[in-house]
Design a protein around this ligand. Sequence first.
Ligand code: Q9C
Ligand code: ZN
Length: 345
Amino acid sequence: MDIVFSPDQLKHQPGQELSDGAFMPAVEIPRRAEIILSAVQEAQIGEVFAPGPLSEPLLTRVHSAAYLTFQSTFWQRWSQELGREHEALPLCWPVRHFRRDQQPKDIDGQLSYFSFDAGTPLGPHTWQAALSSAATAESGAKRLTAGHTSAFSLCRPPGHHAAPDIYGGYCFINNAAIAAEALLASGAQRITILDVDYHHGNGTQAIYYGRQDVQFISIHADPAEEFPHFLGYGDEIGEGAGEGYNLNLPLQLGTAWPDFADAMSTATQAIKRFAPDSLIISLGLDSFEKDPISKFKLKTADFVALGAKIAAVKTPTLFVLEGGYAVDDLGTNCANVLTGFLQEH
Ligand code: Q9C
Ligand code: ZN
């Protein structure tokens, strides 16, 4: 299995995030990617390749023009117009009675307009790293198009919380959607994105909610109890042409492998009915028992079983890295998923 990774992804170096009502050290840090890179090399999963440049049209198929303008010019405006050198967080959102049809002109207003949480710092090289992460997803997709039966896009920063015009949850560009669009642009008819990150993939759901060419399935902590709090319930089934192509499988806090495995069986049956040309796994490793911000109970050995369950779908598969913050165990857990997949493949 080829592995795609770009060192430019390490340039996003958030210092602090707002979490639990206080500034805390950021958990979505470059070390995550470094530890996974060495573990997958150690486990001899495959050869590591750098991605080519991101294809611009893919970006505009996933994100709005206004959002891309905001992100690509943000740091210049923040630092030169406002003279701010510290990383940026939004402060005020258009909830309930506010209007959201007016895009503010000022930078702080726009920061809020294009975000949904205060846990996702924007720094001087955040956008460059996000573009590299998206390029890493595209290069992985190209391997499936070229006939490989699997690939691993070691993406960082992650992507599944990013919607067409909103960043948040440590995500800026929806990497799984970039990969899906790359596959569709190369002739695929149907793609499934199966999101096994502990958190609901609200951004990916938003992108594909009205579409029937991309099936979205997410296994995650019940949003009534966990971030992102406002999406990810079981009654969200898609709308219009997309009705029936969105499947949420929320699980209670404390879920261990047996119940997670049952949800995986439900997911794989739905995938087989849809019969996609390719499968994209939004691979979050934050379902791990020692994850510092999560409350599921998967053990290191369970990740081998997770990889085997994914292989049982018997469809060309691209793994796209999402969350996972227990840095010391992250490499082993990631290598275990890929090893479990390759053993059954
Ligand atoms: N006190 C991903 O896993 N913060 N994003 C939660 C905890 C947001 C996770 C606050 C977690 C975002 C890609
Ligand atoms: Zn997560």
